[in-house]
Design a protein around this ligand. Structure first.
Ligand SMILES: CC(C)(COP(=O)(O)OP(=O)(O)OC[C@H]1O[C@@H](n2cnc3c(N)ncnc32)[C@H](O)[C@@H]1OP(=O)(O)O)[C@@H](O)C(=O)NCCC(=O)NCCS
Length: 183
């Protein structure tokens, strides 16, 4: 059970839910240029509500089987809910590893207000509740804002992984970080 967490500014961190597809498509469209340097190349279909709703379904299946904790940051206005960020714990592995990978982004209009720092803190809470021992994250070498977010949440640098992920169409080096959850 993922109970929602209230963040500053009336923003809620909650589990993704069926029906979020349209709001996710709108968020990805608004943030197309903002996210492009930091994410995989996207197909045109990625920005449609249909594809996003299908992705929501896949995320919910992973949540149910215990291999992911997909979260969204939601702002409520007169015109309904707007998604202003995502935090995702993926590839939850049990056994001797008890590990997950962490990814996140925040809307271009909501930058530098501490939202990512607070949302990652919330994700760590859910990771502990899931009984995990460790969370790993990787940032592009020049992603100083993301590195600040991780360090403020107690992550430590564990190394440099050459050509680790294909971001913006190129295999790019990443700084790897880990957070041990008992610390
Ligand atoms: C990285 C990202 C998630 C940070 O979100 P955010 O809500 O702005 O983060 P926070 O406000 O919690 O903290 C970011 C800190 O980095 C600082 N910062 C922002 N841009 C910076 C830059 N270019 N260089 C150095 N520091 C920077 C901010 O000022 C803030 O510090 P402050 O609180 O002292 O002002 C957001 O910029 C984003 O979505 N970027 C695109 C996607 C992305 O990079 N995702 C992470 C992939 S690893």
């Amino acid at each position: 059970m993922i109970a929602p967490i209230e963040l500053d500014g009336g923003i809620e961190l909650r589990a993704i839910t069926q029906g979020d597809g349209a709001a996710l498509a709108a968020a990805y469209e608004r943030n197309r240029a903002h996210l492009a340097p930091w994410e995989p190349e996207r197909t045109p279909e990625f920005f449609s509500a249909t594809v996003q709703e299908r992705e929501v379904g896949a995320s919910l299946r992973r949540l149910a089987e215990g291999t992911a904790i997909p979260l969204v940051l939601v702002e409520r206005g007169d015109d309904g809910e707007r998604i202003v960020g995502r935090v995702n714990l993926s590839d939850l592995v049990r056994g001797v590893f008890l590990n997950a990978h962490l990814g996140y982004w925040i809307d271009a209009e909501r930058q530098s207000r501490g939202l990512a720092t607070a949302a990652v803190g919330g994700a760590l809470h859910f990771a502990r509740r899931a009984g995990l021992h460790r969370v790993q994250a990787g940032t592009l070498v020049h992603n100083a804002a993301s590195q600040t977010v991780l360090e403020r949440n107690g992550f430590t640098r564990i190394g440099l992984a050459p050509r680790y992920l294909r971001i913006a169409g190129e295999w790019q080096d990443h700084v790897l970080f880990q957070r041990l959850l008992e610390d």
